[in-house]
Write a protein that binds this ligand. Structure first.
Ligand SMILES: [Zn+2]
Ligand SMILES: [Zn+2]
Length: 272
């Protein structure tokens, strides 16, 4: 698979899923928005463009290039073990999802990494665009980790592309401000992280911020004891965001990009 095909697949999937979720949010919102779309969408979406361009500029072939490289040279555990494509793809997908979960936990625990990641948490509302609002440095670190795992395990390129498309889709889905019947949330939560599950992670309360780290599969949180079913104040009563960066000016693109390097009451960036 060529990088141009990967880009086309990922762009098409992104546009279709984003449009469907945006429509759902407008027709059946889960919560009223505090800061609204006009103040947030342009900067959240431009951050996505900055992230994508930076990745293509610095690591043009991205993780799929690493997969093709590993396959071509016979590198990685799955290649050495001679696993069938289907088995290697399934295991590779699960391994990447576990790594993303673990990486997310580490980004919360290590102060310098939390500085990068807190930009994602500082959004005053949570909707599909929050799902693509990550600091470019966090995206680059994440990609380097992904490339290392892809080469070490020899994950097939098809599994890497599938994982990237699914992760992008589930990240927008589980941030969506979309209402659904509670029974449907309960059923979906068995196989995928739902909006109600991930919203707990965007609570201003630290013990809630430090729970539900999964983006895709909900099992890791249950396995490692970081699962929290609902926010204490309820989905309508909870406050989204962090105690710092609550000024609406912080939703501007330039403010988003500089948040990791500013010391706005650093000791109070989470409510204990
Ligand atoms: Zn987080
Ligand atoms: Zn999130």
């Amino acid at each position: 698979m060529f990088p141009s095909a990967e880009i086309a697949i990922r762009l098409t999937a992104f546009a279709a899923i984003f449009a469907a979720l945006a429509l759902w949010e407008i027709l059946a919102p889960r919560r009223p928005l505090i800061a609204g779309r006009r103040a947030r969408w342009p900067s959240n979406l431009v951050v996505l463009v900055v992230d994508s361009l930076l990745v293509r500029l610095l690591i043009p072939t991205a993780a799929v290039g690493a997969a093709l490289f590993a396959a071509g040279h016979g590198y990685g555990l799955f290649n050495l073990a001679g696993l069938r494509l289907s088995v290697a793809s399934l295991l590779g997908f699960l391994a990447l999802d576990l790594i993303i979960y673990l990486q997310h936990v580490v980004f919360h625990k290590v102060p310098v990494l939390w500085r990068l990641h807190r930009m994602h948490h500082a959004d005053l509302d949570i909707d599909a665009t929050t799902g693509v609002r990550f600091h470019p440095f966090e995206i680059l670190i994440s990609l380097v980790i992904k490339i290392a795992v892809v080469i070490a395990l020899g994950i097939p390129a098809v599994a890497v592309v599938l994982f990237e498309v699914v992760l992008n889709a589930t990240s927008m889905f589980n941030h969506a401000n979309a209402a659904m019947p509670l029974w449907l949330d309960r059923v979906l939560r068995l196989i995928v992280v739902t909006p109600d599950m991930h919203r707990v992670h965007h609570s201003i309360l630290r013990q809630e911020t430090d729970s539900n780290f999964g983006f895709n599969l909900p099992w890791w949180d249950r396995l490692f004891g970081t699962y929290r079913p609902q926010p204490a104040a309820g989905h309508d009563g909870m406050t989204i965001g962090l105690p710092i960066f609550r000024d609406p000016h912080e939703l501007r693109l330039d403010r988003l990009l500089t948040q990791p390097f500013r010391n706005d009451r650093p000791s109070e960036d989470r409510v204990h």
